[in-house]
Design a protein around this ligand. Structure first.
Ligand code: FNR
Length: 377
């Protein structure tokens, strides 16, 4: 049986991944914050976007290609940055980078990933974006940027929706610590996931390697305290300006949900705005990305990237119809890895591609630029 007949949808990968990833890691990957209503709101807002069916278009193969910030991509979506990916599935960052390079789609490497830009340099091709949680120390910031650039990461993503740590109660209950520690309870969960455990034995216990590489500069604190000390997650407009001055590649600001902020960002020399509610993980009263996207689209002429809650190719079409230029996905790629290991991320790309093609046929959209015209207002 082909992968497509066994796992035709992201939901199939999700249920298999849930069985193969230890519970405490699953609670990290799959939880949001507070009552998790922001996650439900993401789903409801996407479901509410309807596209107008249209008939008698004859046979055609839709063109899914697009250009974003000067780079052409065969597909209008990419892989969002996820911290500690290598804990979710062993070697995840390398697997995701390789899929991104093979498919010609961007991959955002998180500051708090388990692999460093240098480790991914041989794999990422020209699809590397580097996501930065801003270091407090300007020297460390400059060094991180130089390392990312040298390793081939040409686009910098400043994440601004983590001004303070969110509470993530379900994740806390799950028992994950930083660095992760296999207490007897968590070790028992891991023992029920032999493929995960065998992979982690090979990679070693995942840790935030980029952060840890600066521990000599900040007093050797290899843990969350260290990340918290090293990173200033609440940058201000001045920090953004300094970052703009210190980076000569493309700069994206991620975590925008407010059209006033989008309008102001348009004057700050950034290259794209990334609408996101961080998959509902930061603020339970946050609006859905899909709900605020039209106002943000209207507030700026910059390219608009959007994520949070996308679960199908149809969801991608919905966001493009609402005015996004590009769509990113975080959890679905990790469901793919958890379900299928090495082949998982490529299968996610396939599912999304096939689903886009099937649904574009229903609305007679030959190219992505046709999508806004199909929106039922
Ligand atoms: C994230 N996200 C995230 N964003 C970021 O800028 N830096 C990071 O380190 C992380 N870490 C992270 C961990 C986990 C487990 C998740 C699920 C998400 C947010 C991510 O980039 C993206 O905005 C969302 O994941 C998009 O929503 P979906 O596609 O997961 O629904």
């Amino acid at each position: 049986m082909s992968l497509h007949s066994r796992y035709p949808a992201i939901a199939d990968l999700k249920s298999r991944a849930r069985q193969r990833i230890p519970h405490f890691v699953w609670e990290y990957l799959d939880s949001a914050t507070g009552d998790e209503s922001a996650t439900r709101r993401n789903r409801a807002a996407l479901d509410a976007v309807l596209l107008r069916p249209s008939i008698l278009h004859g046979e055609f193969t839709p063109d899914l290609s697009t250009t974003l910030m000067g780079h052409s991509h065969p597909l209008p979506f990419g892989i969002a940055p996820v911290g500690m990916s290598g804990l979710i599935w062993p070697d995840a960052e390398r697997l995701l980078a390789r899929t991104a390079a093979a498919e010609g789609i961007p991959y955002g490497l998180s500051t708090v990933a388990t692999q460093t830009p240098e480790m991914l340099a041989p794999h990422i091709g020209d699809q590397g974006w580097f996501q930065i949680y801003p270091p407090r120390d300007p020297g460390i910031r400059a060094d991180m940027l130089a390392r990312a650039k040298t390793a081939g990461f040409h686009t910098l993503v400043l994440t601004v929706d983590v001004p303070v740590a969110s509470r993530r109660e379900r994740q806390t209950r799950g028992g994950l610590t930083n660095p992760p520690k296999l207490t007897p309870r968590l070790a028992a969960q891991a023992a029920r996931c032999p493929a995960w455990l065998a992979g982690i034995r090979k990679t070693g216990m995942p840790r935030m390697r980029l952060i840890d590489s600066y521990s000599q500069d900040t007093g050797a604190l290899p843990s969350t305290q260290h990340a918290g000390y090293l990173l200033r997650t609440s940058p201000d407009w001045g920090y953004l300006a300094a970052l703009r001055d210190g980076w000569d590649g493309k700069l994206v600001v991620k975590g925008v949900l407010n059209d006033g902020d989008a309008a102001r960002l348009s004057d700050e020399g950034v290259d794209a705005i990334w609408v996101s509610n961080h998959a509902g993980r930061q603020f339970a009263a946050a609006p859905a990305s899909a709900a605020v996207l039209p106002a943000i689209r209207a507030a700026t002429t910059l390219p608009v990237i959007c994520d949070s809650g996308v679960e199908s190719g149809l969801d991608i079409l919905r966001l493009l119809a609402l005015g996004a230029d590009f769509v990113m996905l975080g959890r679905p790629f990790h469901y793919g890895l958890g379900a299928l290991g090495d082949d998982g991320a490529a299968h996610v790309v396939d599912i999304l591609r096939q689903d886009m093609i099937a649904n574009m046929g229903q609305i007679g959209a030959r190219r992505l630029s046709d999508l806004p015209g199909t929106l039922i207002a």
